[in-house]
Write a protein that binds this ligand. Structure first.
Ligand code: DC
Length: 225
């Protein structure tokens, strides 16, 4: 089995770039952020205090998070389920982004998802994206890439996405969220976001989507062949 680990900060274009690369390679694309978002969503719905790790750990009991892959327009699309509810659409809000970042710092949440993520790479070729894939989840991945871009570029891209979705936010507000999430994700005690020592750093600040996909594919093909 081949595993490609893609890590990097919020808004670096990881999911779009990784999805496109996975499709070109015929690998399954696994977005682990969606799993943390689903837990953030479940905790928010239950009204759990997100600053209370014990309450979060307690409320994990009985929770099932599952990824399903369904063919849509000739592509395998990931759906994330919380119990039987498909929450794929509901987890893509600024509120759930911050909730996901908070719950992801709780050790019980990380161990809850770790085995699930490891198991997915056992039976199929995967391109998995997250924050700790190269360092913790798949330390033996054949290819590790840390995909990043400056916080200003990432905030600008995010603003464009929010505008297209019809939920615009000011650049200043988006930049603040991006920087807050970077700080939370890279300063937590457990599995902080950082490049694995053997990761290739890919900075997409100066690249468009197509350029980023091609750069990522070049790195993967070089390592895999
Ligand atoms: O990639 P994303 O923005 O959808 O991720 C949502 C949050 O989940 C992010 O702030 C950090 C966390 N996360 C994590 O801690 N580890 C991962 N492997 C993936 C995401």
């Amino acid at each position: 089995m081949i595993a490609v680990a893609i890590d990097g900060p919020a808004g670096a274009g990881k999911s779009t770039v990784a999805r496109r690369a996975a499709q070109a390679l015929g690998y399954i694309y696994v977005d682990t952020g969606a799993m943390y978002r689903a837990i953030g969503y479940a905790m928010t719905e239950k009204g759990v205090d997100l600053s209370d790790p014990d309450a979060i750990a307690e409320n994990l009991q009985g929770l099932t998070i599952r990824l399903g892959f369904e063919e849509e327009n000739g592509q395998l699309c990931q759906h994330v389920y919380c119990g039987n509810e498909d929450v794929s659409g509901k987890i893509r809000t600024p509120e759930i982004s911050l909730a996901a970042s908070k719950v992801s710092a709780v050790p019980a949440v990380r161990s809850f998802l770790l085995q699930l993520q490891k198991d997915m790479a056992k039976t199929q070729n995967v391109l998995m994206d997250g924050r700790d894939i190269g360092t913790v989840v798949l330390p033996d991945a054949q290819v590790k890439v840390f995909l990043t871009a400056s916080s200003e570029v990432r905030a600008r891209r995010r603003c464009r996405e929010l505008e297209e979705k019809g939920t615009p936010q000011s650049y200043e507000e988006v930049l603040r969220d991006v920087e807050l999430r970077d700080y939370q994700d890279s300063h937590r005690a457990i599995a902080p976001m950082k490049p694995a020592p053997d990761a290739v750093i890919l900075d997409t600040s100066e690249l468009d989507l197509e350029g980023s996909v091609q750069a990522l594919l070049r790195i993967i093909r070089e390592k895999v062949s």
